[in-house]
Design a binder for this molecule. Structure first.
Ligand code: FPP
Length: 249
């Protein structure tokens, strides 16, 4: 069990979000503050992710979707892109064994077929190793873009209409959900209850636009490598202050 600093509700009363999305921002600025190259920040970011994943699992979070690389991130300097693309390889060797021991199941979403082969294979190996785990799902959004996700869903759905598998009038929101990348998650867990963005930026940057329609948004100035278990608890305490009405009263 964990204890919260702010005691408005006792620990037992707190609702833990089932699905948390995290926009892990601020690695570059964190490194710059330390006069280090940006890649130093990404390495520290991976360390933070490991700690936060295990903390989230202990709190009872069921899905953690982390924005690790967007379709827009390819415009970064080539050296930085190739460093980030190599992180999953290091992640598999250094971090996956501990996650596996913690019953964490690793999955990925995005246009992952277009990742470098070694990046894709490292994550595929992680998925395969942890496939039967029943604990928290750590869902990597890699080469992910929300509009691209909707675009590919519309293409597939249009094809199914052409093939007479679907009638346009029968299309429902639930059905659309089945064409999105997040269909790889259990149906009741596809939409984040809470989205956290670090480093003080106040936008969603093409992160899960369909799935975040009713998500609570939490922004913090903390730079991602400094985000830890206590910061996660603060976000959950704040989440508990919100009154989620889903359009009702
Ligand atoms: C944003 O910070 C961060 C990223 C684009 C990369 C995030 C990746 C990780 C934390 C590691 C993920 C781990 C695996 C295994 C893939 P930024 O570079 O935009 O920071 P800045 O806004 O300060 O420049």
């Amino acid at each position: 069990m964990f204890s919260f600093k702010k005691k408005e509700k006792s620990d037992e009363d707190l609702t833990v979000p089932k699905h948390i999305g995290i926009i892990m921002d601020g690695n570059g600025r964190w490194a710059k503050k330390r006069m280090q190259p940006r890649i130093f920040g990404h390495k520290a970011g991976m360390e933070a992710l490991q700690a936060v994943t295990i903390a989230a699992k202990e709190m009872g979070v069921q899905v953690l979707t982390v924005y690790a690389f967007s379709t827009e991130n390819w415009t970064r300097p080539e050296k930085e892109v190739s460093f980030i693309m190599n992180l999953p390889v290091e992640f598999y060797d250094r971090y996956v064994p501990e996650l596996h021991r913690n019953n964490v199941k690793i999955q990925m979403i995005g246009d992952t077929k277009r990742l470098p082969k070694s990046t894709f294979e490292a994550l595929e190996k992680a998925e395969e190793l942890t496939r039967l785990n029943t604990g928290l799902i750590l869902n990597f959004a890699l080469n992910y873009g929300g509009r691209a996700e909707i675009n590919q869903a519309v293409q597939k759905l249009a094809q199914d209409v052409l093939d007479a598998k679907v009638q346009p009038a029968d299309i429902t929101e639930e059905m659309i959900g089945d064409y999105l990348y997040t269909s790889s998650l259990p149906a009741s867990l596809r939409d984040p209850d809470l989205v956290i963005r670090t480093s003080g930026e106040l936008r969603l940057s093409n992160f899960l636009p369909w799935q975040t329609a009713y998500s609570e948004l939490y922004f913090t100035d903390i730079l991602w490598p400094d985000f830890d278990e206590n910061a996660l608890k603060d976000a959950i305490v704040e989440y508990n202050r919100r009154n989620r009405r889903f359009g009702g009263v």
